[in-house]
Design a protein around this ligand. Structure first.
Ligand code: HEM
Length: 542
């Protein structure tokens, strides 16, 4: 099979794809044990006589079976099913005015690895289910690794990370029967989202055609949260990241999704790998919406720290800052796609986080879960996770340590190993947190009033859809709620849908054979004019 990668990408990813670790122990004229002793037979165990019993002293048998017994690692607690690819990101330079990040300077090319995923299904589940899709990108920049860990939907179910275990427990399979794998047939999911109404907009996006994409190559990606950028002059701005597929945004319809899941549960991962192998490299443009970094962190009445809200593109156009091309399939699914570890806290100078309470919890969660998923604290040494920038941390030892560190004990200040590197000017080129002033605050558990509106953006999205797309939404709610056993949950969910759109509610209620409730909140947030909705179904103007 010809290597389709450009010479540049081949060099850039050489360490990851072609490094000596990859081929270790898997080539040569003879088989050996893990210790390198040559084997003469791997087909028969050592026995006392031809018909046994098998002897405990057969080291090759025990080593082979023992290694096999430990081949599996835990799947991700969410986003367990995924597919990945290598590629390259080339910056247009348009972001130079707002960030000093080196990889966003004009013409700079940076190797990347992307992992697309479903959220709820297990590692062996089907691809074309109704679900949110993960869109996680690792940029191996010269200043350290930057991870943009996003989704294909611009809003999220919850406003505070403390609710993440709740939404996932409600949406994952029932603990007793382990069914289902997606949001269908799920009393607990509909119970949660009808009680926790900040989930309304995300649930609506899931019920729309966005919940059943045609291909990973035809999905948008969103960083969801607002991030803070810092430029060379020390000025800051707030931004939201967007990926726009050059192939446009496409979905399948529900009946197609059912057939696809039956005929080819690997439809999306096959589609991605086949396209790349055929040289039809998928491309996305990265863009940013830019907002002034004011103390309120609000824009046009939208709280930029509320991850259940997006900002319509007419209010803040998405400005293209670079293009990503995926042009090489993984050599080994386990080594790369399975073992890659993303983290929203992997930042580079010029890009910082905000106080979005969902993002803040994510900053804790990913490293914590990866310590158990990848067996200890040294998974950064796995080839796919190695930064392409020089690493000089002070970490030592721990499970699966593969480095042989030398020198004096790792502590600073330290006068024995040539002096202390933390000298005047050390912050030049370093990641320095943007000094953000905090309000004089009292400790409390609660949410700001600016997080209170749970419906107007759902209305905005629904009213932007074409008649056919609205039909699909009505059918999706009717189908999914029709699988609930508890009538009270269906009735409560209808109450939420009434607050999105009374006509939608009437259609779903008729489909369920239930009365349609009246909206419980006033429609005081006038929907945006349809011209403000370029976000939805957007084609990138290339
Ligand atoms: C995994 C996105 C919120 C915890 C992932 C992955 C994506 C993602 C794309 C898959 C990464 C991969 O392919 O390896 C998001 C987005 C969120 C969100 C866009 C909200 C805007 C949260 C929150 C938490 C969380 C609030 C916890 C407080 C996790 C965990 C994993 C994960 C534990 C598995 C990571 C691993 O084992 O490697 N998330 N997530 N996520 N997410 Fe999130």
């Amino acid at each position: 099979k010809a290597d389709q990668r450009s010479p540049q990408l081949r060099t850039a990813t050489a360490e990851v794809v072609d490094g000596p670790d990859y081929a270790r122990g898997q080539q040569g004229e003879y088989l050996t044990t893990a210790q390198g002793a040559r084997l003469y037979d791997t087909d028969h165990s050592l026995k006392a006589g031809e018909r046994g019993p098998t002897l405990l002293q057969d080291h090759h048998l025990r080593e082979k079976i023992t290694h096999f017994d430990h081949e599996r690692i835990p799947e991700r607690v969410v986003h367990a099913r995924g597919a990945g690819a290598h590629g390259v990101f080339r910056a247009f330079g348009a972001a130079e005015k707002v960030t000093k990040a080196g990889f966003l300077r004009r013409g700079v090319e940076t190797p990347v690895f992307v992992r697309f995923s479903t959220v709820l299904g297990s590692r062996g589940s089907a691809d074309a289910v109704r679900d949110t899709r993960g869109f996680a990108t690792k940029f191996y920049t010269a200043e350290g690794t930057f991870d943009l860990v996003g989704n294909n939907i611009p809003v999220f179910f919850i406003q505070d990370g403390i609710k993440f275990p709740d939404i996932i427990h409600a949406a994952k399979p029932h603990p007793d029967r382990e069914i289902p794998q997606a949001q269908s047939a799920h009393d607990t999911f509909w119970d949660f989202v009808s009680l926790h109404t900040e989930a309304t907009a995300h649930t609506l996006w899931n019920m729309s055609d966005r919940g059943i994409p045609r291909s990973y190559r035809m999905m948008e990606g969103f960083g969801v949260h607002t991030f803070r950028l810092l430029n060379d002059d020390g000025e800051t701005s707030l931004v939201k990241f967007h990926w726009k597929p050059r192939l446009g945004v496409h979905s399948v319809v529900w009946e197609e999704a059912q057939l696809i899941n039956g005929f080819d549960p690997d439809f999306h991962r096959r589609d991605l790998a086949d396209a790349i192998e055929a040289g039809a490299y998928p491309e996305w443009e990265l863009g940013i919406q830019i907002f002034p970094d004011t103390p309120e962190q609000m824009f046009e009445g939208i709280d930029l720290l509320d991850p259940t809200k997006f900002v319509p593109e007419e209010l803040a156009p998405v400005q293209p800052i670079g293009v990503m091309t995926l042009n090489a399939n993984p050599t080994n699914f386990f080594a790369e796609t399975e073992q890659i570890a993303f983290h929203p806290g992997h930042l580079v100078p010029g890009i910082d986080v905000t106080d979005d309470p969902l993002l803040q919890a994510r900053l804790f969660s990913y490293l914590d879960t990866q310590i158990s998923r990848l067996g200890g604290p040294n998974f950064g040494q796995i080839p796919i996770n190695r930064p392409h920038a020089p690493v000089n941390d002070m970490f030592r030892d721990g499970m699966h340590q593969s480095a042989v560190h030398s020198g004096v004990a790792p502590y600073k200040p330290n006068s024995l190993d040539g002096g202390c590197p933390f000298m005047a000017g050390a912050e030049v080129g370093a990641f320095v947190e943007v000094p953000v002033a905090l309000e004089a605050a009292t400790k409390l558990r609660g949410a700001p009033a600016t997080f209170d509106d749970h419906y107007s953006q759902a209305r905005l999205f629904y009213s932007s859809l074409t008649v056919i797309e609205q039909d699909h939404v009505a059918q999706a709610y009717t189908f999914e709620l029709g699988k609930c056993y508890e009538q009270t949950i269906k009735e409560r969910a209808l109450g939420v849908i009434a607050n999105i759109d009374p006509d939608l509610c009437a259609r779903v209620a008729a489909g369920l054979g239930l009365p349609a409730p009246q909206p419980s909140v006033p429609f005081d947030n006038a929907p945006m004019p349809s011209s403000a909705l370029s976000q939805i179904g957007a084609q990138w103007p290339v």
